[in-house]
Design a protein around this ligand. Structure first.
Ligand code: IPE
Ligand code: IPE
Ligand code: MG
Length: 256
């Protein structure tokens, strides 16, 4: 199914965001504050993932995208990276079974070639096992970077039509090759942990997303925190370039 691009058209907005994208940040600081090793924060972060997946499913969210590991996170100390890889494997083994039982579809986006063959196989298994599920789609962004995504999309686009006329390139030619072309653009972007930046997450797709930042560290983020973000989202006026008056009186519609 093709979704309306926020720049080619005006997407429908709904009371509950259809697509929520989250930068799960603050695990390390959560642990340090408790005099625990940073990795203890990552373990607790997985508990928060479980709670938020459940809460999104219960609230009728259709797509939940979680930034688990960025293309820049390889720069971290080797022992932290290997802990995160093991945690990812545990999640792929254990959590996917529970998600499958709850009709949740699991997808993974990112440059997967950098992961061990074992992880790559677990990803394929998780995606295949849950492919027929019709409830919430949970996308894990792993070794993902927004710039990587744009570049791989351009490469695929040109591989398909090497003689492509540059003037023929528009959104509808490029966007189908983006890693998350199966989902509408995020309605709501959440970043926990206090930083107010995108950190190379979904650069293309966040064009008209509502941004929500909270100081709460990811391990402390739960259903109540999600409801706070949703409440903030409901207060937003999503104009997509139009004026407030046009939203109130759709008859005043413009040209596009
Ligand atoms: C987010 O928490 C998890 C990953 C990036 C894998 P951090 O580990 O970045 O936690 P802080 O930002 O150092 O507190
Ligand atoms: C962003 O968090 C990536 C993930 C949550 C996976 P970081 O902690 O890596 O971001 P920066 O380095 O503070 O921008
Ligand atoms: Mg961080």
């Amino acid at each position: 199914m093709q979704h309306i691009s926020s720049t080619l058209g005006v997407p429908d907005t709904s009371y509950v965001p259809r697509h929520v994208a989250i930068i799960m940040d603050g695990n390390g600081r959560w642990a340090t504050q408790r005099h625990l090793p940073r990795v203890a924060g990552h373990s607790r972060g997985l508990d928060a993932v479980r709670a938020v997946v459940e809460a999104c499913a219960a609230r009728g969210v259709q797509f939940l995208t979680l930034f688990a590991f960025s293309s820049e996170n390889w720069r971290r100390p080797a022992d932290e990276v290997s802990f995160l890889m093991r945690l990812f494997m545990t999640a792929l083994r254990r959590e996917v079974i529970k998600m499958h039982a709850n009709n949740i579809r699991v997808r993974v986006v990112g440059d997967l070639s950098r992961f061990s063959p074992r992880i790559q196989q677990l990803i394929l298994d998780a995606e295949a096992r849950t492919a027929g599920n019709t409830g919430l789609t949970v996308t894990i962004a792993a070794n993902y970077g927004g710039r990587w995504d744009l570049l791989q999309a351009m490469r695929k686009m040109l591989a398909r039509s090497p003689m492509l006329d540059p003037d023929a390139i528009d959104e509808s030619v490029l966007a189908p090759h983006l890693a998350m072309s199966y989902a509408p653009e995020p309605d709501l972007f959440i970043r926990t942990g206090g930083e107010q930046r995108i950190s190379n997450f979904l650069l293309w797709q966040l064009a008209y997303s509502e941004l929500y930042f909270t100081d709460t560290y990811w391990p402390d983020f739960d259903a109540a925190e999600l409801d706070k973000a949703f409440a903030s989202y409901r207060q937003r006026e999503r104009r997509f370039g139009r004026t407030s008056a046009q939203l109130l009186a759709p008859g005043l519609s413009g040209t596009a």
